[in-house]
Design a binder for this molecule. Structure first.
Ligand SMILES: [Zn+2]
Length: 231
């Protein structure tokens, strides 16, 4: 009687094979027409007669409300919209979107965006040396987001936006978001949004002023925060 309640080894094998096959199919590259562009890093592509949402891998574009947000969207649109693109899925994110590299006319959209200074290399999730190199070049050329003296990463922007909503619903001007500093909780060093260490692994402490961070025992990183404490 116990045998009927257990999976037969062969049945188990078949089920496992099926599961692995389904997963493999899910991350199998596919081609389809790009039928939508939500923003610089999120598009919609037809797959088996359905539009699926694809998040471009390895990058983070400025949000719609940020400087260069609409430029990034235009850039992606001109590269992909209405065209047959190749999607190379890596995984699914927590929103159920496919995270993928997407090729349009043989060009990697993630790479082109970073190269044009219209996206950050998303270092938390990607260690791609080509994206890192492309960002370094764009920064050096001061193009796109790097033409601004104080570019705010979308990650910091999203965080700042949330904080702003809680603290001061309508009175806080958008510029308040610029005053978000990240502190490295291990080294206790404070970084400005322009700093390459701003989104480092241990840079999880968030401060809205240098003074606040110093009171909390942080010291400023001289390379990225100048005239700290001097009015
Ligand atoms: Zn720094």
């Amino acid at each position: 009687m116990t045998d009927t309640k257990r999976f037969h080894p062969v049945a188990l094998f078949v089920l496992l094979t099926l599961a692995v096959t389904l997963y493999a199919l899910a991350i199998e590259p596919f081609s389809g027409k790009c039928v939508g562009v939500q923003d610089g890093d999120t598009i919609e592509v037809m797959r088996s007669a359905r539009a699926v949402r694809v998040r471009l891998d390895g990058i983070d574009c400025p949000e719609a409300g940020q400087d260069f947000g609409s430029r990034a969207k235009q850039f992606t649109s001109s590269m992909a919209f209405g065209k047959q693109v190749t999607v190379m899925p890596k995984e699914y994110d927590r929103y159920g979107r496919i995270v993928a590299r997407v090729l349009a006319d043989g060009k990697d959209i993630s790479f082109e965006l970073v190269k044009a200074g219209l996206a950050w290399h998303y270092k938390q999730y990607s260690s791609d040396p080509e994206l890192a190199e492309a960002e370094t070049m764009a920064r050096a050329q001061q193009i796109g987001i790097w033409s601004m003296p104080n570019p705010i990463s979308p990650r910091a922007y999203r965080r700042g936006e949330r904080g702003g909503r809680v603290a001061a619903p309508s009175a806080s001007p958008p510029q308040m978001i610029a005053a978000v500093f990240h502190g490295n909780v291990r080294s206790r060093v404070l970084h400005a949004p322009t700093c390459r260490y701003y989104d480092c692994k241990n840079c999880t402490a968030v401060f809205t002023s240098v003074e606040q961070a110093i009171k909390a025992g942080y010291r400023v990183h001289r390379e990225c925060i100048h005239n700290a404490g001097v009015e």
